[in-house]
Design a protein around this ligand. Structure first.
Ligand code: DC
Length: 230
């Protein structure tokens, strides 16, 4: 199918399969994939390593803001996969640990951090033909995106997905801890002052609780055909 050079925003709650879906969309239709959550996670890792966030989640906002101007966070393709880098260090695995997950939502509430990530996303996505996943892509980062999807799935299913993902990476999480983290992030993400997680008015909801990847791609093809007359 020949899709025009549109921007596709894939927003939704944690562990609803946004990134898996967005990556497959990018591969199928030759789009550039941008993972906005990975940028928030990389900033969080940087803050943890430089004691700019404390154990009680208190953030050294001024020092963090100053560091951001020289923080080189970007994506590189390694074996065909988009990986997150800080300078020349690949941090893809470290940014997915429960420790980073526990601190990322507070970091993502800081307006200076959101401005930093938004400007990176605009820079990386300036040539269009991008599919981006996050929480506020369709509402704030690219409000003019031609196609906006909003993904949801049941809590138990989402926690199980995140748990399986971590086990597959050799981590040993407690299921209850994963569920707790998920609910806390849902709450913080949707209640923060700057760009809270919410469905854009013109977004289409996809509940993929019981859908396979094939089901979701078939659904998307139908949406694209209807919306763009292709
Ligand atoms: O998609 P993810 O779970 O990797 O995102 C990690 C965190 O980053 C998430 O809890 C909230 C934040 N985030 C955000 O605030 N806005 C985005 N566009 C993407 C992620």
């Amino acid at each position: 199918m020949n899709i025009p050079n549109i921007i596709i925003a894939v927003d939704g709650y944690s562990s609803t399969g946004k990134s898996t879906f967005a990556k497959l969309i990018a591969k199928t239709y030759s789009f550039l994939y941008l993972d906005s959550g990975a940028l928030y996670r990389a900033v969080t890792l940087f803050a943890l390593e430089n004691t700019l966030i404390h154990e009680n989640a208190e953030i050294e906002v001024d020092a963090l803001e100053q560091s951001l101007s020289s923080l080189d966070v970007h994506f590189e393709y390694v074996d065909g996969q988009s990986m997150t880098f800080i300078g020349d260090r690949c941090v893809e695995t470290e940014i997915r640990t429960l420790k980073v997950s526990n601190y990322v939502s507070p970091i993502a509430t800081v307006p200076q951090v959101r401005n930093f990530v938004d400007s990176k996303l605009h820079e990386f996505g300036k040539n269009g033909r991008i599919v981006m996943d996050g929480r506020d892509i369709g509402t704030t980062v690219f409000p003019n995106a031609e196609l906006k999807l909003f993904m949801v799935a049941g809590n138990q299913i989402r926690a199980m997905r995140r748990y399986d993902e971590m086990v597959a990476k050799g981590q040993h999480p407690e299921f209850e801890e994963v569920m707790k983290n998920l609910k806390e992030r849902d709450y913080i993400d949707s209640h923060r002052e700057t760009s809270p997680l919410r469905q854009a008015e013109d977004a289409i909801i996809l509940d993929n609780s019981y859908l396979t990847m094939e089901n979701q791609m078939a659904w998307l093809e139908m949406v694209l055909k209807n919306k763009f007359d292709i």
